[in-house]
Write a protein that binds this ligand. Structure first.
Ligand code: 6GU
Length: 234
């Protein structure tokens, strides 16, 4: 999978060199290229923002550098990419979103700062690929960089070969719509706290049943919104 990232703070993405994604980049499974938006400015101050038409607080990212950035990246692309713009005004990013985007051969993340990007940039991008505005949730970040990092990790780990043992992708929070069951390792007693005895029983059926019950109970108490209405019990 090819991933291009456009940002005025490319250093945010240095962390993509470590851990699982770093290894996947090294082995060529993920081809991630981070670009500085200011490379596509032409004035002495490398200006990327300006005041909003209609007035109001804050600054808006100018369309011209974005247009050149998208042109340069699209020119290298074999097929129209999916443009992902992290935005608190977008659809909510879910595990299902990560699964959809993990099937794409080419993603382009456009990271906005300030009050956002000139709206015409999204229209222009939509003529060169598919555009998705995606939010991490209902809170405010200073820009799209941290959100893009989270999305790239969630998507990247679903690309075949990135996670060594694909079974570890299955039994996780959100993969089956429920929160994950609790996990324990040795020692069997620690600071007076015992591991639930069923996990030491060797009875695989009983373990599976206990884990399922734990998933349901946790989801009911922490995330009732994830349960079908009939199972919410409130
Ligand atoms: Cl994707 N961007 C920004 N700036 N803030 C956010 C967000 C994205 N998701 C949640 N808050």
């Amino acid at each position: 999978m090819r991933i291009d990232v456009v940002s005025i703070f490319p250093a945010f993405f240095d962390a993509l060199e470590v851990s699982l994604l770093g290894r996947a980049r090294g082995s060529g499974i993920l081809d991630i290229r981070v670009h500085d938006l200011r490379e596509w400015t032409h004035d002495r101050h490398r200006t990327v923002d300006d005041t909003p038409y209609g007035g109001g607080a804050g600054m808006v990212m100018k369309p011209e550098p974005w247009g050149e950035a998208l042109d340069a990246i699209a020119a290298e692309a074999a097929r129209p990419p999916v443009f992902v713009f992290p935005s608190p005004a977008g659809e909510v990013f879910r595990q299902s979103t990560a699964r959809e985007l993990a099937l794409e051969p080419h993603l382009v993340f456009g990271c906005g700062r300030y009050e956002g990007i000139d709206e015409r940039v999204f229209e222009y991008a939509a003529e060169r690929g598919t555009v998705r505005l995606v939010s991490l949730g209902d809170y405010v970040l200073n820009g799209g960089e941290v959100a893009a990092m989270a999305m790239i990790e969630a998507i990247g780990r679903l690309v075949p070969g990135v996670v060594g043992n694909p079974e570890s992708l299955v039994e996780e929070s959100h993969e089956d719509g429920l929160l994950e069951y609790p996990s324990y390792t040795k020692p069997s007693e620690w600071r007076g706290r015992a591991v639930p005895p069923v996990l030491l029983s060797g009875n695989h059926g009983a373990v599976a049943q206990w884990r399922r019950a734990q998933q349901l109970e946790r989801t009911r108490s922490r995330r009732p919104d994830l349960l079908p209405p009939a199972e919410r019990g409130e």
